[in-house]
Design a protein around this ligand. Structure first.
Ligand code: MV4
Length: 451
């Protein structure tokens, strides 16, 4: 590395380990940061240095910008990888890094800021010629303004927080009687949750598919895609199963979505690993939803199909290197599926189930990858996300990948805590999943006995 000398990882759990591993492959020393609750976590042991940044609560540790910048300065790390979650899409944090001469391993802070405002992102993509759902041009100025737009696009509609995203601060409205109240509620909820009352409106697409495109852009305007992922299997906006390619797209539709994603990324001169997210209706019309300016949990399925280390690419881009490969050099093969293993209890409303892992058997064999940070004897702290492992399988075909996923889930054994492993087995053996015919409401419908 010519510029990056040492990387601080501003995260925990499996993604902290994942980043450390890529740094080791690139021969870059690493600095872990940890809260007191994580002092026995593997990311602390597997990094070259580790610095405690505060007590368990995220806002006092992994979200505390001054402590993280100080840790970088003390350790001499001149780059920070934010992982996903926590500070990964915090434009202010990225800007502070830029101003402190610390390389933020992600896109420019201005791009994070632009895409973080969902109505600005919509405007930007409209300008680029990327299809967006019919709706308001920008924020809604008044109730009169809203009524005018609704008259044009008709019910059902969805009101969204401009500073929201990922499903937070949305309200679906189906008739005039509910409009005024929902508009007022949406604004006050947005104000409370995001300190920004601005909202925008879109036509509500019933039971859409969620398809996203993995992108890589460098500092010199080169942009490639690494195929799409279908993330429609989700519950309460938390993805559960992600797969690539999407089982609902034909080659022509796939090409159209992938090209639009690249077009959108070009518009903002995207310069890191990132994702363009689309919703797809039952007639396969697709619309831009949001752009995620981070490496995502599910990047691994794209890695399995492309045989590319996306985090290594992301680090090289931040180091100022050019993307050498052209689109034609990226060969996507076979089928990959990821399932998220969570410490939670499906029979108690998926309530988190932290605690000590007494016994652990991880699956293995051909076509299996596991990204985790837990081991037998590890105590899962109660303060963070319940995801404890990702199981990723690869097969030449979707059928073979599902077969392997069943084999791996049968070998997966965790004693001491509750997990969603049995629930995952049920889900992937439903006719809808086996046929590749499921949308974003499938899990909810399945749980309420509609399937
Ligand atoms: C929508 C939509 C339908 N129509 N937008 C949810 C997460 C965020 N990325 C966007 N989301 C949605 N946006 C329009 N115009 C449906 C969803 C959506 C959803 C909405 C309500 C309840 C559950 C949902 C699950 C998946 C997607």
């Amino acid at each position: 590395m010519t510029k990056i000398k040492k990387v601080l990882i501003a995260n925990r759990g499996e993604i902290a380990l994942r980043v450390i591993r890529s740094c080791k492959d690139l021969k870059i020393p690493t600095v872990a940061v940890f809260s007191t609750a994580d002092k026995n976590s593997p990311h602390v042991a597997f990094s070259n240095e580790a610095i405690c940044i505060g007590p368990p609560a995220s806002k006092s540790s992994y979200l505390k910008i001054p402590s993280i910048i100080t840790a970088a300065e003390i350790s001499g790390a001149n780059a920070i990888h934010p992982g996903y979650g926590f500070l990964a899409e915090n434009a202010e944090f990225a800007k502070i890094c830029e101003e402190s001469n610390i390389i933020f391993i992600g896109p420019s802070s201005s791009i994070i800021g632009l895409m973080g405002n969902k109505s600005e992102a919509r405007k930007t993509m409209t300008r680029a010629g990327v299809p967006v759902v019919p709706g308001s041009k920008g924020n809604i100025d008044s109730f009169e303004d809203l009524k005018k737009i609704v008259k044009k696009i008709r019910y059902p509609i969805i009101i969204k927080a401009s500073s929201g995203g990922g499903g937070k601060g949305m309200r679906i409205v189906r008739n005039d009687a509910e409009l005024k109240n929902n508009f007022e509620m949406a604004k006050s909820e947005s104000q409370n949750a995001f300190n920004d009352a601005s909202v925008y409106v879109e036509k509500y697409i019933e039971k859409p598919h969620h398809i996203e495109v993995q992108l890589l852009g460098d500092n010199y305007g080169n942009i490639v895609h690494i195929g799409e992922r279908d993330c429609s299997m989700q519950r309460r906006h938390q993805k559960i199963v992600e797969e690539s390619p999407s089982p609902i797209l034909d080659d022509e539709k796939r090409k159209a979505i992938l090209e639009m994603a690249v077009k959108g990324a070009r518009e903002v001169k995207y310069n890191s690993a990132g994702t363009m997210e689309f919703i797809v209706d039952k007639d396969l019309n697709f619309y831009f939803m949001e752009m995620n300016t981070r490496i995502q949990v599910e990047h691994t399925v794209s890695e399995m199909r492309s045989e590319m280390d996306l985090i290594a690419k992301q680090i090289r881009i931040a180091n100022g290197e050019k993307l050498k490969m052209k689109q034609k050099d990226i060969n996507l093969r076979g089928h990959a599926i990821e399932v998220r293993i969570n410490a939670e209890n499906p029979s108690q409303g998926f309530m988190p189930s932290p605690g000590k892992i007494k016994k652990l058997n991880l699956p293995g064999g051909f076509g299996i990858r596991i990204d985790t940070f837990v081991h037998a004897g590890y105590e899962i702290p109660p303060h963070y996300d319940s995801m404890i492992a990702k199981l990723i399988v690869y097969g030449e075909t979707r059928y073979l990948a599902i077969n392997r996923l069943n084999r791996a889930l049968d070998e997966f054994y965790i004693d001491g805590i509750n997990t969603n492993i049995s629930f995952l087995k049920e889900l992937i053996n439903t006719p809808a999943f086996l046929q590749g015919n499921y949308n974003t409401h499938f899990v909810e419908d399945f749980l309420s006995g509609k399937n």
